[in-house]
Design a protein around this ligand. Structure first.
Ligand SMILES: *Cc1c(COP(=O)(O)O)cnc(C)c1O
Length: 333
């Protein structure tokens, strides 16, 4: 089976499973799990931040960041289609009394900074207090430029806002730009990174920030029931992922480009845009896409929508196979 639904479907490799098996563990709520501690030190070091927190998911990580930056009655600015606004059950509002102020992403996956500035509410008791700017990188597979990040950070600073990055796939961005992840994280007060997507760990995300913010997030994590005990077995997968699975994201990007190039040469196939990282975004008429989806499923290729995601468990042979199936489809449909 070839699963193109998401990079969340990756399964731990034998080497990763061995690292999980071998990991020394302790009670992390007492701060005594050596492997969790090692992961948090490594994550802080790799991202150039003071401290890190190992959490159960990207959703929890974003929520902890929002709760740590904002108080009840505060507001965060985020993309209309941002995961932290749209796909996380309204957690900030439900659990934190924090109001979102969504704005549209432009075609580059950015928030227009002039629009951000004009959306920041004046200091007036009629309004929620705008406290935080939240960006996403990669956004739908698109990479934000360092120039943009610098400008966004300057806007946040000018208006006294915190700035958070939902960097679920921040390593895809750094690998795509051939830069150090620190060069991205430098522009943010806090960054959330998924270990469970392209990096191939079974579970977990890390939140990185100042020691002070991570202290607050740690308290919130306990409150949300996210204090895990012998979590070192899971953290070991995260350490393995950071040490072994970052550079290889370039393979996923190459696979996405190859698949996109192949599809572009077939009659009746159109793409929304050229892939910048690991996602191929199709642009087919819905009925035609449904027929394609069924044809692929009948041949062992699983897709959900018109976003096809390359990852560790998709090989070059798999890309060739999907290309062949699409070619056959395009000749007969
Ligand atoms: C997947 C994802 C998350 C959330 O991660 P989970 O571990 O699934 O909760 C957050 N933001 C973005 C952009 C994501 O793609």
């Amino acid at each position: 089976m070839i699963d193109l639904r998401s990079d969340t479907v990756t399964r731990p490799s034998p080497e990763m499973r061995q690292a999980m098996f071998d990991a020394p563990v302790g009670d992390d709520v007492y701060g005594e799990d050596p492997t969790v501690n090692a992961l948090e030190l490594l994550a802080a070091d790799v991202t150039g931040k003071e401290a890190a927190l190992f959490v159960s998911s990207g959703t929890q990580s974003n929520l902890l960041a929002l709760l740590s930056h904002c108080q009840r009655g505060d507001e965060f600015i985020a993309g209309q289609d941002a995961h932290a606004y749209r796909f996380e059950g309204g957690g900030a509002a439900v659990l934190g009394g924090i109001q979102p102020q969504p704005l549209p992403f432009n075609a580059a996956g950015e928030l227009d900074l002039a629009q951000v500035e004009s959306t920041i509410k004046p200091d007036d008791f009629h309004f929620a207090r705008t406290r935080l700017l939240c960006l996403e990188n990669t956004q739908a597979g698109k990479v934000l430029s360092l120039t943009y990040l610098e400008a966004a950070a300057a806007v946040a600073r000018k208006h006294g806002l915190g700035i958070h990055l939902d960097g679920a796939r921040a390593f895809n961005a750094s690998v795509s730009l051939s830069i150090n992840i620190k060069d991205i994280c430098d522009h943010f007060d806090s960054v959330s990174i998924c270990l469970s997507k392209g990096l191939g760990a079974p579970v977990g995300s890390i939140l990185v920030a100042s020691a002070e913010l991570i202290g607050r997030a740690r308290r919130m994590r306990k409150m949300l029931g996210g204090g895990m005990r012998q979590a070192g077995s899971l953290a070991a997968a995260g350490i393995y992922a950071l040490n072994h699975n970052v550079e290889r994201l370039a393979d996923d990007h190459a696979h996405a480009s190859l698949l996109a190039n192949n599809l572009n040469q077939m009659p009746g196939f159109s793409l929304k845009e050229a892939p910048q990282t690991n996602m191929v975004l199709l642009d087919l008429e819905q009925h035609r896409f449904s027929r394609l989806k069924t044809w692929l499923a009948d041949n062992g290729v699983v897709t959900s929508g018109q976003r096809w995601v390359c990852h560790r468990d998709i090989s070059l042979e798999d890309i060739n196979r999907v290309s062949e199936l699409c070619r056959t489809f395009s000749q007969h449909d």
